[in-house]
Structure formats: structure tokens, C-alpha cells
Design a protein around this ligand. Structure first.
Ligand SMILES: Nc1ncnc2c1ncn2[C@@H]1O[C@H](COP(=O)(O)OP(=O)(O)OP(=O)(O)O)[C@@H](O)[C@H]1O
Ligand SMILES: [Mg+2]
Length: 305
């Protein structure tokens, strides 16, 4: 559905150039909730903004449903953007408009008949659980409610794709959970393909079926969410997992390597030869010491079997 081919983006300014994306190849399939995860500055927002061409890639192509949209301009581009909803961390609502008129805005742009626009907006507010808040102003709503309005507005044009850039980063844990559930329901029930940008492992784990890890403009690994986080291959992924657990990378790596006292499955004969140690703390040539340390563990476990 969305294919990025050898995508690169270089920002040029008076102070020099910065390569924010380098040779990105990505395939997001219809129905995916696809997470792009990475630290601050990794290039996540740049990447997602290239999908709807809010940012023009310096090199490479963006294909949507097999069509190269990279060169779209004018009406063609406007039509493409109608089919792609977007929500942001700061909700980006119009403060001078009521909730209902915020949701009506994309329909007004398309000159939809007012009554029709109103009834569609009401329907969407109902979908996001705010049927009774249409005449409020954004400032009168909580953060979670404001993000629900932004979601309703993003759905107004019946998009087939929704881009979510740190959509829950300004929300507390409970509200994050509720908003992610809402996004997942929209994905399942309306069949909207989602691209979820996040720096949070738990957000990606809660809602994404696939993830790509972005580090300094490069995708360092991608795959099914459980696989990527269950068996991380790159340091960038390990760093994200460590951060989620409130650990430094070193602490996380150390915790991954269980102390030898917890690895009694290791054949005693190998240990006795002083050849094995998960953490390098059993020194070669010191089998007696090793056996002495292991003995109490073996005994507690009922001895060697
Ligand atoms: N308009 C711009 N001009 C110059 N450099 C930019 C511009 N936008 C982003 N950058 C740089 O590109 C890099 C990637 O930025 P981007 O906003 O994509 O990161 P991010 O992963 O979304 O970070 P965060 O999690 O903090 O939002 C950063 O080093 C940033 O300073
Ligand atoms: Mg960003």
C-alpha cells in the first residue's frame, strides 16, 4: 500500500546540510498498524511527512497503491492528501472553532453541503466518544478529548491511511491506552492503515503489528513487533528497550546475560572444563571455583539430572 524506495532527505540551511533520512526502503501493507520507532532526532517526523509529501524527499520514491506520487503537485497532491489523515502530538485544533466545526473543516474545504458536513461531523464525534461535546471549544476539553477531536477531523474525508506523529506523547498513561485502543478500533473496523510514529516501546507494543527502528536516518531493523523487541539485533533497539525499562544500555545488556548461577542447564562437564560462562565471570582454568559456586544451586534444584 505504501512503499518507500531508497528514500533520502537532506536539509540544507545557512549553517550547512543535515541528512535526516538515508536510503529508506519500507513496505507498509494495507491494514497494517506500522510503527516507526526511534530516539529524538532519528528522522521519524521527516519520514512520515515524506509519505504525504509535506516534506519532499531529496532522493527516492514514494509509492501509494503502486502509484509514484513523489512528483504530484496541485490538484493531484491535494487529492492524495485528502486520502491521508494526520494527527500530531499537540492536537493542532483550531482554537476559534467549536469541536463540531473543527471536524467539519476538511469537509468545508471540499465545499460539502453544510447539513451533510454537520451530520458527518456528528457521526464522527459519536465514533470517538464525544457526541455531547460538539459545541465546546478546544480549550474546554482535556488533552485526551482534544486528541479524539483531532482523530475525528482526520477521519472526515474517509482516509485509507492515517499518519500519527507522537499522537499520545502529551497524554498520561491511562489516556494513552484509551487513545491507542481507539486507533486500533479504527484500523480494524474502518480498515484504515496506520503509520504510528513513536519514541515509546510500550506504545509500539500496544498497537503495532509491525515496526521499523529508525536510528540516525537509517532503518536498522524491521519486522513483526514481538520479534523485533523479543530478539533485538541492533544497539538502537536495545537502547529503546533499556529506556523503556528505565535502565542504561549497559544495565540492560548485563540483565540479558543471566548470572551463571541461574543457568544450571549448562552441562556440568562443560562448566568443569572452565570453558563456558554466560557473563564471563567464570574464569577458564578455575573449574574448582566454578563447581564450588554451582554446588549449592544444584543442590537446591535437586542435583544434576
Ligand atoms: N526543517 C528542517 N531543517 C533542518 N533540519 C531539520 C528540519 N527538520 C528536521 N531537521 C533535522 O533532521 C533531523 C531529524 O528530525 P525529525 O524531526 O525527523 O526527528 P524525530 O525523530 O521526529 O525527532 P523527535 O522525536 O524529537 O520528534 C534532526 O536532526 C532535525 O534537527
Ligand atoms: Mg518528531
Amino acid at each position: 500500500m505504501i512503499r518507500l524506495e531508497h528514500l533520502s532527505k537532506t536539509y540544507s540551511g545557512r549553517t550547512g546540510t543535515h541528512q535526516a533520512l538515508r536510503g529508506i526502503d519500507l513496505h507498509i501493507e494495507a491494514g497494517d498498524v506500522f510503527g516507526i520507532i526511534g530516539q529524538s532526532g532519528a528522522g521519524k517526523s521527516t519520514l512520515v511527512r515524506c509519505i504525504n509529501l509535506l516534506e519532499r524527499p531529496t532522493e527516492g520514491r514514494v509509492l501509494i497503491d503502486g502509484k509514484d506520487v513523489t512528483a504530484y503537485r496541485g490538484k493531484e497532491l491535494a487529492k492524495l492528501r485528502e486520502s491521508i489523515g494526520m494527527i500530531f502530538q499537540n492536537f493542532s485544533l483550531f482554537q476559534q472553532r467549536t469541536v463540531l466545526r473543527n471536524v467539519m473543516f476538511p469537509l468545508e474545504l471540499r465545499h460539502t453541503n453544510k447539513r451533510e458536513a454537520e451530520s458527518r461531523a456528528l457521526e464522527l464525534l459519536k465514533l470517538v466518544g464525544l457526541a455531547d461535546k460538539g459545541d465546546r471549544y478546544p480549550v474546554q476539553l482535556s488533552g485526551g478529548q482534544q486528541q479524539r477531536v483531532a482523530i475525528a477531523r482526520a477521519l472526515a474525508n474517509n482516509p485509507k491511511i492515517m499518519l500519527c506523529d507522537e499522537a499520545t506523547s502529551a497524554l498520561d498513561t491511562m489516556t494513552t491506552h484509551a487513545i491507542l485502543n481507539l486507533l486500533r478500533d479504527i484500523n480494524r473496523e474502518l480498515g484504515v492503515t496506520m503509520v504510528v510514529i513513536t519514541h515509546s516501546l510500550s506504545v509500539a507494543q500496544q498497537v503495532c503489528n509491525k515496526v521499523a527502528v529508525l536510528d540516525e536516518g537509517i532503518i536498522v531493523e524491521q519486522g513483526a513487533t514481538a520479534e523485533v523487541f523479543g530478539n533485538p539485533q541492533s544497539e538502537a533497539t536495545r537502547r529503546l528497550i533499556a529506556a523503556d525499562k528505565g535502565l542504561s544500555l549497559d544495565e540492560y545488556v548485563a540483565a540479558q546475560h543471566k548470572p551463571y548461577m541461574e543457568v544450571p542447564e549448562t552441562p556440568a562437564s562443560v562448566l568443569a572444563a572452565g570453558a563456558v560462562n554466560a557473563v564471563g565471570s567464570v574464569e577458564a582454568g578455575n573449574p574448582a571455583g566454578t563447581a564450588a559456586i554451582l554446588d549449592p544451586v544444584r543442590e537446591a534444584k535437586g542435583g544434576d539430572k
